[in-house]
Write a protein that binds this ligand. Structure first.
Ligand SMILES: Cc1cc2nc3c(=O)[nH]c(=O)nc-3n(C[C@H](O)[C@H](O)[C@H](O)COP(=O)(O)OP(=O)(O)OC[C@H]3O[C@@H](n4cnc5c(N)ncnc54)[C@H](O)[C@@H]3O)c2cc1C
Length: 451
């Protein structure tokens, strides 16, 4: 096998690119990992779109596949559930699962990215080039055009196989759109943007709110969340409409921001001394779903992670699904000289229904987080759902748990089963107000018939 045949170019050293590069290098491939930005371990640059992220079972499993999970866990904070804050500042913890191990983990994006870069750098046959932007890909010749971000100079490199992990605005995908006949592409922006803010640590470095929870301030049409960081601070994210009566466009002066927080987030306001400064200094980010097809050009090029399927963050599965991509693709690559076209076809066919499913569930979950978590009927069904899971665990697992904790259940299957379970819960809870009133004989019958 020629050396070019064993060489793979991976575009993007964000979260997914380095993990895929490590998988490939450990299989003995020669990997060129190419990143547009400078090396974040040496320069003070923001790591990307959110300061911290929730890591869940699918992502952890993929990290285990290259023995990185243990190291990542050292920088992770377990979160047991949603801590819901009301307008009076009262809080209520809604557990994510019902077993002790059913927790999700807050991780700093920057630390995680650096850990992945370190792991990639340690691999034999893996080379990372920073400050090089992919400026185009010629699908006929396999030539990649790379631009030096410092000098602007361009060079063309020959490739055998290119994997585009270059994010939601992928340059590889853009080239594919021009080259592939009938390339389908859809981008769907929410009418909401997001703004990142901070609750700093206490003077002694401790946490000013419960550390082991994802904090949520739900307000039906908008919400704010906060995830803990290892330094005692919380990264706070406000999800708010761009336009309208309650919207970012109405918050143009410091007094308006303070009044808004005082009305809707009264317990958070005193914990945010830098609020108004951060509010106007930090950008308002967009929330987009990207779906496209095909994900590959023959055996030459493949899209992975956000480049193939960017999703909104309300199920915390963007990175997790991208990491899962890496593990699934890795398992399909067999032998020293794989038939890349067959591998890419198999991967896309297997994976696309699942990433479409999580994309749709992520949008649906926005309503759950900002609105339903305070709805007594939602809470009733959640409790009843946990009890059904306890009684018939092989038949019923709450949809949230299937997505977050059950990496053996593909997303599309979680969606299908989740829809049936929702109907069952609807029937079972139609005429009751408390989990104590459930007719368990009827429940057993419905579980047998419907699931
Ligand atoms: C507010 C918010 C919160 C989120 N929270 C979560 C969460 O809790 N859990 C979760 O799982 N997911 C979350 N996500 C989603 C997650 O951020 C993404 O799914 C994840 O970053 C995708 O990884 P990626 O490597 O595919 O893309 P990215 O992380 O975007 O990395 C792409 C890399 O490619 C580089 N690049 C771009 N263009 C080029 C080019 N032309 N040439 C070379 N390099 C290039 C970029 O510089 C970047 O380093 C969240 C997203 C947002 C917006």
């Amino acid at each position: 096998m020629s050396s070019t045949g064993r060489k793979i170019h991976v575009l993007g050293a964000g979260l997914v690119g380095p993990l895929m590069a490590v998988y490939l290098a450990r299989k003995g491939f020669q990997v060129e990992l190419i990143e547009r930005r400078p090396d974040m371990r040496k320069t003070d640059i923001a790591a990307g779109r959110s300061i911290n992220l929730a890591l869940t079972a699918r992502g952890i499993r993929a990290l285990k596949g290259v023995r990185l999970a243990e190291e990542v866990m050292k920088i992770a904070i377990p979160m047991k559930g949603r801590m819901v804050h009301d307008r009076e500042g009262h809080t209520q913890l809604q557990p994510y699962g019902q077993k002790p191990e059913e927790v999700i983990y807050a991780v700093s994006r920057g630390l995680l990215n650096m850990l992945l870069l370190d792991a990639a750098e340690k691999c034999d046959g893996l080379n990372i080039t920073f400050n090089r932007r992919c400026a185009g890909y010629d699908e006929k010749t396999g030539a990649l055009t790379l631009q030096d971000e410092g000098t602007g100079a361009q060079e063309t490199v020959e490739t055998n196989v290119v994997i585009g992990a270059d994010g939601a605005w992928s340059a590889l995908r853009k080239s594919m759109m021009g080259a592939v006949e009938n390339f389908s592409y859809a981008q769907d922006f929410l009418d909401y943007g997001y703004k990142e803010l901070v609750i700093p640590s206490a003077a002694d470095g401790g946490f000013l709110m419960e550390k082991h929870a994802l904090h949520i301030w739900p307000h039906k049409s908008f919400m704010m969340i906060a995830l803990p960081n290892t330094d005692g601070s919380f990264t706070v994210t406000l999800f708010y409409p761009y336009k309208g009566e309650n919207s970012f466009e109405k918050l143009t002066m410091e007094a308006e921001v303070t009044a808004f927080f005082s009305e809707y987030f009264p317990d958070a306001l005193p914990l945010m001394p830098g609020l108004t400064q951060d509010f106007f200094a930090n950008p308002t980010g967009a929330l987009v779903t990207v779906k496209c097809r095909p994900w590959h050009i023959g055996g030459k090029a493949l899209l992975l992670g956000d480049a193939a399927h960017a999703i909104v963050p309300f199920f915390a599965q963007g990175m997790n699904s991208g990491f899962e991509d890496c593990a699934i693709l890795n398992a399909m690559i067999e032998g020293d000289n794989p038939d890349w076209q067959a591998v890419f076809e198999k991967f896309s066919a297997a994976r696309k229904p699942d990433t479409d499913a999580i994309a749709d569930m992520a949008v649906e979950n926005f309503t759950e987080m900002r609105d339903s978590v305070t709805d007594p009927r939602f809470l009733l069904k959640k409790k009843v759902g946990f009890e059904i899971e306890r009684r018939w665990p092989e038949k019923f697992i709450p949809r949230y748990s299937m997505v977050i904790f059950h990496d053996e259940i593909p997303y599309a299957e979680a969606r299908r089963r989740g829809a049936l379970q929702a109907k069952l819960l609807e029937k079972l809870c139609a005429d009751i107000d408390s989990p104590d009133d459930v007719d368990w004989r009827q429940a057993e019958k419905l579980v047998g018939e419907m699931l």
